[in-house]
Design a protein around this ligand. Structure first.
Ligand SMILES: Cc1ncc(CO)c(N)n1
Ligand SMILES: Cc1ncsc1CCO
Length: 236
């Protein structure tokens, strides 16, 4: 596109709302790819202890993300969207259960022991943020608050596998393959379509809330890596 047409289309506001959101959060997204946890996860040098901390927190995170999708099924304005959110709620529980099974065996922990792990501060704050927006907001706001989860993991997964599939002996191979998969990419594509559609009829105030929720969720995604890297705990 020529510079002139580019400037013209921006002026006319041709950019989709989801791309507008991503642009707002771009510095935060760039910072994730440089986070030491993400780099070490990709090259396989991440200490198992930190990975274990992350997976145990993430299992609890996914249980709440599933509730956020379930709220989407309640709020969806049409039955196709309701069905898709209900499926996402189900799939998220399935992914959470498979974490319990595979890593439970590896670390000799029962499902009860895994769910009894207390949430670290950042995980608690992030999931409260999502649950509160999902409960108080519209279907569009619910979708936006959960969009960085699906979209950032897709970007991170693909970034880490840019140079090709992980070798058979890579300790975090399954994780990388899950998030770099086309099936996972489809989740954020569908959510973006919904956001772009619903943003067309959203008011100025609602759009402002969507921008705020998206940026806050993006920040919490960065903070989740930081939480796991530092094995964060409650100060008192
Ligand atoms: C913290 C976090 N964000 C996003 C995903 C992927 O949805 C995940 N598994 N965990
Ligand atoms: C968004 C998301 N994150 C982990 S599982 C899931 C739902 C679809 O696999």
């Amino acid at each position: 596109m020529s510079k002139l047409r580019e400037a013209f289309s921006v002026k006319r506001g041709d950019m989709s709302f989801s791309n507008h959101l991503r642009k707002l959060a771009q510095p935060i997204w760039d910072a994730q790819l440089k986070h030491p946890f993400v780099i070490a996860l990709g090259d396989g040098t991440l200490p198992e202890r930190k990975f274990k901390f992350y997976i145990l927190q993430d299992a609890r995170f996914l249980a709440d993300l599933s509730r956020v999708f379930a709220a989407g099924a309640v709020k969806a304005p049409d039955s196709d969207s309701a069905l898709r959110f209900a499926k996402l709620a189900e799939e998220t529980i399935t992914v959470e259960r498979s974490l319990h099974e595979s890593y439970g065996t590896r670390w000799k922990m029962s499902a009860e022991q895994m769910t009894a792990v207390p949430m670290a501060p950042t995980n608690y704050a992030y999931t409260r943020h999502m649950l509160s927006v999902a409960q108080a907001g519209s279907a569009a706001e619910m979708t936006v608050v959960a969009l960085p989860c699906a979209w950032i993991y897709c970007v991170v997964g693909r970034h880490l596998l840019k140079k090709g599939p992980p070798p058979k002996h890579h300790p975090y191979r399954d994780w990388l393959l899950l998030y770099a998969s086309p099936e996972f990419a489809e989740v954020q594509e569908w959510m973006r379509q919904k956001v772009d559609r619903w943003a067309k009829t959203a008011g100025t105030e609602e759009k402002r809330r969507m921008e705020e929720s998206f940026v806050i969720s993006s920040r919490y995604e960065w903070m989740f890596w930081e939480m796991a890297w530092n094995e964060e705990s409650w100060p008192v």
